[in-house]
Design a protein around this ligand. Structure first.
Ligand code: TXA
Ligand code: MG
Length: 320
């Protein structure tokens, strides 16, 4: 299959309407979309990514009226979150409409919905004229792409098109909130922070408070670089062994005993989040063996960033 790279939201949307697959930019990360009402097209997303069939997809839309064709009903908590954060980097889980194919929701009776804020995404979705089911545009187990080139590297020859946009502004995936339970719960930390959510729905729970049924996606192994990832408080914690094939990302870059081969300095938590996944890709390309990531405080966007950092560090493969 030849993958067509285009700057035109119209051209990309025509591919979706024809039942094809298109990787497209959003402000969080790039997504890999298909017409949400075309079960055959949706199934081909799972093949292109190598994604387990039981991991449901988020449905993206650009018009409020599409809520009625995707959701069976909108619980009160979801309504409040939609009012406050759509369009934006939030996904709410609501009871699904009977028309949504099982392939989208992995047979669940709930569906995740999101209105991305990015203007190109909005244009693209409006031109599609249909809600678009999309996971992140990486092969399963790989970092989410935050540039069109990264999406192309992941999916060249496996999808029909790539809609070219700039780097994703946020760089981490959307926050996923389950609104089908009496006290809404965060299933995945993300771009919209706990503090922001609590201003709108004060009773919202985090996935770590008590026993919570997580998103199917949470049980799968997350991206872990083939390099060893070590979380540190700062440059002073970085050793000297293997430093010639080591990398460092963080907000402080002075005070190393010896400087790592590749250093990514971030001027705050937001730029750190924005750069992280692309940094992992560059480390991989350069064949680096050891990646030091500076810890951040778990507030605001720092919570989602620490979640991704811990996963990258914890899931490090131990065997051959
Ligand atoms: O920022 C994002 O959310 C990006 C962009 C493209 O929108 N999308 C994304 O999709 O990260 P994906 O498939 O990589 O992650 C979606 C997560 C998965 O953990 C999945 O299990 C969960 O959301 N999810 C989707 N639908 C669900 C549902 N009905 N119930 C529970 N969890 C659900
Ligand atoms: Mg993903």
């Amino acid at each position: 299959m030849e993958t067509r790279v285009t700057k035109s939201p119209r051209v990309a949307a025509a591919i979706i309407r024809d039942g094809g697959l298109v990787a497209f930019p959003t402000e969080t990360v790039y997504g890999l979309g298909a017409d949400a009402f075309n079960a055959k097209a949706v199934k081909s997303i799972f093949r292109a990514k190598g994604r387990p069939q039981d991991n449901p997809l988020i449905v993206h839309m650009a018009r409020m009226e599409d809520l009625a064709v995707v959701a069976h009903r909108i619980p009160r908590s979801a309504e409040k979150l939609i009012d406050a954060f759509f369009p934006g980097s939030l996904t709410v889980i609501v009871p699904k409409h009977g028309r949504i194919p099982d392939a989208v929701t992995a047979g669940l009776d709930t569906v995740g919905i999101r209105f991305p804020a990015h203007s190109i995404t909005h244009d693209f979705l409006l031109n599609c004229g249909t809600p678009v089911a999309a996971p992140s545009a990486n092969r399963s187990g790989r970092p989410s792409p935050t540039t069109w080139k990264a999406a192309l590297d992941e999916l060249n020859g496996r999808v029909d098109g790539i809609l070219k946009g700039g780097s994703s502004r946020v760089g981490l995936e959307s926050t996923v909130v389950d609104c089908t339970v009496s006290r809404p719960v965060i299933l995945r930390e993300g771009a919209v922070t706990l503090e922001q959510l609590r201003e709108v729905v004060p009773t919202i729970r985090t996935g770590t408070s008590g026993r919570v049924i997580k998103s199917p996606g949470v049980k799968y192994r997350h991206y872990a670089p083939s390099a060893k990832v070590v979380l540190v408080d700062g440059p002073a914690d970085v050793g000297v062994t293997g430093i010639e094939s080591a990398a460092y990302i963080g907000m402080h870059t002075s005070g190393f005993r010896r400087r790592p081969a590749f250093i990514q300095k971030c001027r705050g938590v937001d730029p750190y989040a924005q750069k992280l996944f692309q940094f992992f890709r560059v480390c991989e390309e350069r064949g680096l063996k050891l990646i030091y990531c500076e810890k951040v405080s778990s507030s605001g966007l720092g919570r989602a960033l620490m979640d991704r950092l811990r996963k990258a560090a914890a899931d490090h493969p131990t065997g051959p």
